[in-house]
Ligand binder design. Structure first.
Ligand code: BES
Ligand code: MN
Ligand code: MN
Length: 462
């Protein structure tokens, strides 16, 4: 694999152009208006896998969006790596805040990416990162140095909860049998300090509805005399945190895994600048649960956040009205041992119990999933670390992430294998936000590092 750098140098323009073409298709899974584009993207992935040297590439139909599957089995006695990624993307809203159209990718230099970054929805999450794996496979098949078997499984519903993938995994255990699962859909500390994600948070996502009077009312004639659903909803939401920013739902923390002082000290060693953190998102102070650092708050501690809230009059000018209903979307990020179904129940019971007389409250669960942790004495972790060490010149740091990829816990349950999260994105890449981008350096470094994972993993597995 000594010629990997030369191969990338020779083909990098094509690698970038192929990714740009993929990014032009608006594969937004949340919005049915883009259904055709999501399907079209699955076909693009299928032909890319074929061209890269995969055998038996197929589009597997599901009750929802299809899953693209392909494999290259060189010897059943050798280990098998299962690569997972997602070809769907988040909605581009709010579109007005993009400096260039989200589905017209352009390369621009930034302070953090002096070699340029590709700006487009999905550039980092996850089209750019999944495509690194396709190009890494191309390199290994073209150079006949693929050291083990590989299977690809790329889905189109990750951003909306991976329901069809759960359905697919439960029905295809044998087809998906593997020794280790490899995913690039997370981040790393910086371009000079790689890290390997060793934990993901679980998630419970709910929508709440508060209903008061049977119609919108004149806020003068009725104001002060009936419960205003928006006033009530905001009051109820505010009560979900106490003065120390602890979550007040009874039983919420019962199963939370508490880290030892040693583990917390180990975590605190990762390079982190609070000043840079604040500057990057333009805030003058951080905020969160008392007794924990910023890095702890966004990884090993559970959270509760309103993701959207609406009701009443929001058009131009003023309208004096008491709305009949108010709504909010609420997410809870969960940590190891918290069960998302149990937490969803606790939320529902508590939220309904704090509703005052005069309104009715409904809690509608959306989707969720369990958290995930992977030990660092796993061969897969060691192989990944060795690969990063070789291409970045420094060892990777294990790091628990605040994000969620709920399907990873299901993989462990159904396929009985561990997942290695080799991410190449940066927190500043603005995933899910306007102006999402992915560094050209990161993209090419990923393509360079992945084949080494295969090599070291196969060697260590012997
Ligand atoms: N790739 C992200 C998750 C992620 C990003 C994990 C960065 C760690 C670091 C994934 O596409 C995502 O957005 N997941 C959702 C959950 C999903 C069920 C909608 C999330 O974390 O909000
Ligand atoms: Mn993702
Ligand atoms: Mn995402």
């Amino acid at each position: 694999m000594d010629n990997i750098k030369a191969y990338i140098n020779q083909h990098k323009e094509r690698f970038i152009n192929e990714l740009i073409e993929l990014l032009k298709i608006p594969s937004i899974s949340a919005d049915s208006a883009f259904e055709k584009d999501v399907i079209k993207t699955s076909k693009t992935i299928k032909s890319a896998l074929k061209k890269a040297g995969c055998d038996h590439v197929e589009i597997c139909e599901t009750p929802g969006y299809p899953i693209v599957y392909g494999e290259k089995i060189i010897d059943p006695k050798l280990p098998t790596v299962l690569v997972y990624g997602h070809y769907d993307v988040q909605p581009a809203d709010p579109i007005d805040l993009w400096d260039s159209p989200p589905f017209e990718p352009i390369i621009k230099k930034t302070e953090i990416h002096p070699e340029g970054a590709i700006f487009a929805r999905g550039a980092c999450d996850d089209k750019g990162q999944l495509y690194m794996h396709v190009k890494a496979l191309e390199y290994m098949t073209a150079n006949e140095n693929l050291p083990c078997n590989v299977k690809f499984m790329i889905e189109g519903e990750e951003e909306v909860g991976s329901e069809s993938l759960s359905w697919f995994v439960k029905r295809n255990q044998e087809k998906l049998a593997n020794d280790i699962i490899l995913i690039s859909d997370t981040g790393m500390i910086s371009n000079t300090q790689p890290s390997i994600t060793t934990g993901l948070r679980g998630l419970s996502y709910v929508e709440v509805e508060v209903t008061g009077p049977n119609r919108d009312l004149h806020s003068g004639l009725y104001g002060g005399a009936v419960a205003n659903p928006i006033n009530i909803l905001t009051k109820m939401i505010a009560s979900l945190h106490d003065e120390n920013n602890h979550i007040t739902i009874p039983g919420f923390y019962d199963k939370v895994e508490e880290l030892s002082a040693e583990e917390r000290a180990e975590m605190a060693k990762a390079p982190f600048s609070l000043d840079h953190y604040k500057k990057a998102i333009d805030i003058d102070a951080v905020y969160g649960e008392k007794g924990y650092t910023t890095n702890e708050r966004n990884s090993i501690r559970p959270t509760l956040d309103v993701n959207g809230i609406w009701g009443g009059y929001i058009g131009e000018g003023a309208k004096t009205v008491i709305a009949s209903q108010a709504f909010a979307k609420i997410s809870m990020r969960l940590v190891p041992n918290q069960d998302w179904i149990e937490i969803t129940e606790l939320f529902k019971t508590h939220f309904e119990s704090i509703a005052p007389k005069g309104v009715t409250v409904k809690v509608k669960p959306h989707h969720g999933g369990q958290g995930y942790v992977t030990p660092i004495d796993n061969i897969g972790y060691k192989a990944a670390n060795k690969a990063y060490t070789k291409t970045f010149g420094v060892e990777a740091i294990p790091q628990r992430s605040g994000g969620s990829i709920p399907i990873v816990a299901l993989f462990e349950k159904e396929l009985k294998s561990k997942t290695i999260l080799m991410g190449f994105g940066l927190d500043s890449d603005a995933i899910h936000s306007p102006n999402e981008h992915f560094g050209v350096f990161n993209y090419l470094k990923g393509i360079e590092t992945i084949p080494l994972f295969y090599k070291y993993y196969t060697e260590m597995k012997k």
